[in-house]
Design a protein around this ligand. Sequence first.
Ligand code: C2E
Ligand code: MG
Ligand code: MG
Ligand code: MG
Length: 292
Amino acid sequence: GRKISNRKATSVYKDDMHTFLKESMLSEMNLRKGLDLDEFELHFQPQVNCRTGEVVGFEALLRWRHPERGLIFPAEFIELAESTGLITPIGEWVIKEATQQIRKWQETGIDNISISINLSPRHFLHQTLPLYLEQCIAEARIGPDKVVLEITENVALEDQTAVISRIKLLKEMGYSISIDDFGKGYSAFIYLQHFPIHEIKIDREFISELGNDIKSTGIVQTIIHLAEMLGLRTIGEGVETKEQWDILKQLGCSDLQGYYFSRPLEVDVINGLFEEYGVAGKLLLPYTKDLT
Ligand code: C2E
Ligand code: MG
Ligand code: MG
Ligand code: MG
């Protein structure tokens, strides 16, 4: 027969309910609502100069502060945002917020800080992006040199001619273009050959093996040499140990980002750090302060 135990029925029901709740929570409608209700926020992770440990910029990382579920990370909603097209309005919100933040920091005397913004391939190629950026920096009264636009290798899966001309245009407008998670995909070298970019962010997977695995060290060394030859800035992503920092310093990496220096922080926390550890508009994180 078709008899099933009560217990099993309950657990199946629970699983279904769980899936249902999860799915309904992360629906297009909820995402749109979250945006309209201003539930998104940016956290900022410091990027430090590899030699001195001085903070040179921040990467803006998106969070969704859901009234019931608490803080939701991009891994849970970026894909949905991309597939529904909501990534463009969300990305626009990020650009507006990030450029306004640069302005606020400048007003408190913190200059020479850039902010890196992650852009999905879809938004990067969106027709209105260049104009939108111009409006935001004009409104914030900041220069385009303060804005770094991060794209991933996935963008190479799109129409290459379109991608190249978009990079060229944004470069002419004064923005810097960065390739995020460099080395993770299969198209890394296409970028170096054809795309007029400014920096590459060496994927965390290589960085985490530094010191353990001679191959990873060789790969990172080669990437840094290649970047140097092409005049590109290099950022080591996901630096978690002093040993990784030491190796990257030896290899000549330009800048670093990772939990060893700091997790992504809320604006208030960063402002506090600036008050405590900032000198002449520059910031040395407490952790690195006595090392230089
Ligand atoms: P990403 O751009 O490569 O950002 C770096 C991610 O690595 C962040 O995760 C950051 O918190 C994390 N991370 C930084 N240092 C370390 C470390 O030392 N160890 C480890 N294990 N992780 C570290 P997060 O904030 O969860 O973001 C994940 C991804 O979501 C980002 O990867 C980016 O691809 C995407 N994302 C974040 N914000 C935005 C956004 O505003 N727009 C778009 N389109 N994508 C975004
Ligand atoms: Mg990024
Ligand atoms: Mg990424
Ligand atoms: Mg990355």
